[in-house]
Design a protein around this ligand. Structure first.
Ligand code: FDA
Length: 298
């Protein structure tokens, strides 16, 4: 993202909240579990699996972490009850990582035990760089004890190749994405092409090492490279999956599904929609229109 793009992206913050809510509604299933279940059912009918995210990062009180834990338990019950094909995605700060690491570990463990009882997989989302090491350490620790957990690697981080080697050694399932947080250049590549090339490098390493990869991107250039690597390694469609965000490039999603690829869609829901929505708007190519609409009330 260039300087002007970044300034434009930041200006999403001046859009009044009700307008942010309106223009970002395509990215979120709704505010209730019922909304999420309806969205997942629709996705399942279109040949996509899902992963559910209960929105609620950056909490202030430990009680909020417990509320999130309980909501995930409700999600796991409901997925079974409705016979839906979906795992869950959790953010460790929503489980208390920034407040009390022990509490977070206990909450994650409880989610993993509950998910295992329901035969569900838990993806631990990756947040900004202060949490990278703690998140990967916890995922690796849990992976040794429970099989149903996977990590996320961000291709923009300079450290990611080392992290990939470490995860690959233990055959941890990895969702590979570009990364969405605004990181300092010291830690993250800033050049669009370098991030893309690093994504390809990391994907190649993970697949060569036999890790199950969630190829999380809407960038057709990367999708093409993924298909090239898959072809070269002779992988079958059950040895990896593509992943996309709800509300982004449904055309590419359909093309991949119809060509026999496994596809999982990230389905966020909940009342804490603001942070997630602004991140999605900031990467929308139509950001300038949205800012103008928001500021000028067009
Ligand atoms: P890029 O941003 O270049 O987008 C490629 C094309 O996709 C754009 O040109 C546009 O056409 C379309 N597009 C992308 N975003 C859009 C939007 N919001 N609205 C409309 N069109 C859009 N990040 C992270 O740091 N930690 C995490 O845990 C995750 N988890 C995650 C899960 C899943 C399933 C996905 C798909 C992505 C994530 N991400 C993430 C986000 C990821 O890091 C990245 O920010 C976005 O996927 C956008 O990057 P692309 O690879 O799609 O490329």
């Amino acid at each position: 993202m260039g300087i002007i793009d970044r300034a434009l992206a930041e200006s999403v913050r001046v859009i009044p909240r009700p307008i942010v809510r309106k223009i970002s509604s395509r990215y979120i299933a709704g505010s209730t579990l019922e909304d999420a279940l309806a969205t997942i059912r629709e996705l399942n009918e279109r040949g996509c699996k899902a992963t559910v995210d209960v929105l609620g990062e950056g909490i202030r009180h430990k009680s909020q972490a417990i509320e999130t834990l309980n909501e995930y338990k409700r999600v796991l019950e409901a997925l079974d009850e409705h016979g839906l094909e979906s795992g869950i995605s959790v953010k460790l700060t929503a489980l208390g990582l920034a407040l009390d690491e022990e509490l977070c570990r206990a909450n994650l463990e409880e989610i993993l035990i509950s998910a295992a009882a329901h035969g569900r997989f838990v993806r631990v989302d990756m947040e900004d760089s202060p949490y990278t090491s703690a998140t990967l350490d916890l995922v690796l620790e849990m992976h040794r004890r429970y099989g149903n957990v996977g990590a996320v690697i961000q291709a923009y981080l300079r450290r990611s190749l080392e992290d990939v080697e470490r995860l690959a050694e233990h055959k941890v399932s990895v969702r590979l994405c570009k990364g969405i947080y605004d990181e300092p250049r010291r830690l993250a590549y800033k050049d669009f092409d370098v991030v893309r090339q690093n994504y390809i490098l990391l994907l190649e390493r993970l697949m060569e090492e036999g890790c199950y990869v969630g190829i999380a991107t809407h960038d057709e250039y990367l999708v093409w490279h993924a298909l090239r690597i898959i072809h070269r390694l002779g992988l079958s469609p059950d040895e990896y999956e593509f992943q996309m965000l709800l509300g982004v490039d449904e055309e590419l999603r359909t093309i991949l599904v119809e060509s026999g690829q496994r596809m999982r869609v990230y389905v966020p829901y909940g009342r804490q929609w603001y942070e997630y929505s602004t991140r999605r708007l900031q990467e929308n190519p139509k950001i300038a229109t949205y800012v103008a609409k928001g500021v000028l009330g067009l």
